[in-house]
Write a protein that binds this ligand. Structure first.
Ligand SMILES: NC(=O)c1ccc[n+]([C@@H]2O[C@H](COP(=O)([O-])OP(=O)(O)OC[C@H]3O[C@@H](n4cnc5c(N)ncnc54)[C@H](O)[C@@H]3O)[C@@H](O)[C@H]2O)c1
Length: 260
């Protein structure tokens, strides 16, 4: 069990990729705290773990608010005494072209995706420095590496997360804290489905048609599963990646292979 007695904090872990990572690490012996803004999903996760093991906690946090992030970190440390692993999965996206996106939408994407990543990394790193140990995994996106229409704000936040992760990897290496980002391609989650819905409206076609079109452009001919991305997160969180820091890992079923 690679995660026995490890304390893992997963932000945005109440659904999709974060939830898959939370469940897998919990199964592998970790003490897991999930922080998310969606209280309904947090409640349903908390109900799954009423076995009395006391090694799971779901809590409501808006990661774009500094005070809430500080309270979250204090809560985790008061319950489990340390934080070994931070996984940043929370994100929002509005699929809008430059000529339509409004300032509030742009600001919200930066507040949650980019500032939220900064706030959690800063607050958690302060704890990790005390123990001279830690692994941080920031979930970026293939859209932070390759251009896609109608995602100027989202893609900019994701490109920002990739370089931010590399910069802090450099700063934190001397404390034995590793920082990596991962860049998933299309992964079958609520967030992806929201994007499919938006495309289907703008293109006047069905969601099924959008799903078929998009999967046919992926060499592996299918979307990723949250559990497959969670496996990469687990590798980067574990001792098995003990000499890897400052890297960005694309996981996309080969989406980046084709030029045209
Ligand atoms: N699904 C994909 O195709 C895909 C592709 C590339 C990257 N990603 C990235 O993977 C990560 C996980 O996304 P997912 O697809 O699992 O989506 P998801 O919507 O299932 O999960 C995102 C979670 O973030 C939470 N969240 C949103 N705003 C928050 C806030 N202010 N504070 C705390 N929590 C908040 C949501 O409630 C949700 O539970 C995101 O960073 C996303 O950008 C996803």
């Amino acid at each position: 069990m690679l995660f026995k007695d490890k304390v893992v904090l997963i932000i945005g872990g109440a659904s999709g990729i974060g939830k898959a990572a939370a469940l897998k690490m919990h199964d592998d012996g970790a003490k897991v705290v999930v922080a998310d803004i969606d209280m309904q999903k947090i409640d349903s996760l908390n109900r799954m773990f009423t076995t009395g093991e006391n090694n799971f906690m779901g809590t409501k946090t808006n990661i774009s608010v500094k005070k809430e992030v500080e309270e979250l970190v204090a809560l985790v440390v008061s319950k489990f005494e340390k934080i070994d692993v931070l996984v940043n999965c929370a994100a929002v996206t509005y699929r809008k072209p430059l000529l339509e996106i409004v300032e509030e939408e742009w600001d919200k994407e930066f507040a949650v995706n980019m500032k939220g990543t900064f706030l959690t990394c800063q607050a958690v790193a302060e704890e990790m420095v005390k123990h001279k140990n830690g692994s941080i995994i920031n979930v970026a996106s293939i859209n932070g590496v390759h251009a896609i229409s109608n995602a100027g704000a989202y893609s900019s936040t994701k490109a920002g997360i990739i370089i931010f992760s590399r910069v802090i990897a450099l700063e934190l290496a001397k404390y034995n804290i590793r920082v990596n980002s991962i860049s998933p391609g299309i992964t079958d989650t609520e967030l992806a489905n929201y994007c499919f819905e938006t495309y289907s409206k703008t293109e006047g076609t069905t969601i099924d048609e959008i799903r078929r079109n998009l999967s046919s452009q992926i060499p592996m001919n299918r979307f990723g599963k949250p559990e497959e991305v969670a496996d990469l997160i687990m590798f980067l969180a574990s001792i098995n990646s003990s000499y890897i820091t400052g890297e960005n890992f694309i996981i996309s079923g080969g989406l980046t292979l084709r030029h045209l």
